[in-house]
Design a protein around this ligand. Structure first.
Ligand SMILES: O=P(O)(O)OC[C@H]1O[C@H](OP(=O)(O)OP(=O)(O)O)[C@H](O)[C@@H]1O
Ligand SMILES: O=c1[nH]c(=O)c2nc[nH]c2[nH]1
Length: 193
């Protein structure tokens, strides 16, 4: 997605530990037109698989996932990182490592909104090591739902997430691909795949 690549080149900042700061377009401020286009791209890619639900994780996955759900005309569910008292038992749980806040995070999805009748695509902001998508895939598996595909706004090629998730045997679609983050070459980014 060329507009996303340009925005990353313009606003992306390299932080220690191989972290790309894109708070101006994905993780703090959101650009409505750019985010809408993300949804259009994901929906176009996954529509033929006939998903009836989009799953994501709070907080940064919500915007692109919702835009995708709007395009597909299906509900969007987000995994919560703290279980509210409103959440009915049983819920599906998994753990992921927060890359931007540190520590292990518990994830919760209610069985009210995920179950054997669901055909799910997962949408998130970053595909890095793939740990977060793996956690979501595990919850989908526990629920009896079918996982159809994975979509992420930004892939960090050098963290091997795509390879780490290959055993899931589902299509993975990303909109921008970070090849390198370095002092010498800056943010090296190309369109996703
Ligand atoms: O492929 P991985 O190595 O799992 O990294 C990707 C995850 O890391 C970030 O989550 P984080 O908890 O840092 O941030 P968020 O609260 O902004 O969603 C990002 O939102 C992805 O969910
Ligand atoms: O803002 C972010 N920048 C990153 O580089 C990253 N990797 C995983 N999750 C991330 N979030």
């Amino acid at each position: 997605m060329q507009a996303l690549v340009s925005a990353i080149r313009q606003h992306g900042v390299i932080l220690p530990g191989g972290i790309l700061k894109v708070d101006g377009l994905v993780n703090h401020q959101l650009l409505p037109e750019l985010t809408r286009e993300m949804g259009v791209r994901f929906a176009r890619h996954f529509r033929d698989l006939k998903p009836n639900k989009v799953l994501t994780i709070e907080v940064s996955g919500i915007a692109p996932a919702l835009m995708t759900a709007v395009e597909l005309g299906v509900p969007m569910v987000y995994a919560r990182k703290k279980k509210p008292i409103t959440m009915k038992e049983p819920s599906f749980t998994a753990q992921s490592v927060s890359r931007t806040k540190g520590g292990v995070v518990d994830l919760f999805v209610s069985s009210e909104f995920l179950g054997p009748d669901d055909r799910v695509i997962v949408i998130d902001d970053f595909l890095a090591s793939g740990g977060t998508l793996r956690a979501l895939a595990n919850m989908i598996s526990s629920s009896g739902a079918a996982l159809l595909g994975l979509g992420c706004v930004i892939e960090k090629d050098f963290e091997q997430g795509r390879a780490n998730l290959a055993d899931l045997n589902v299509p993975i679609h990303t909109l921008a691909n970070i090849l390198e983050l370095s002092e010498e070459r800056g943010v090296v980014v190309e369109e996703g795949r």
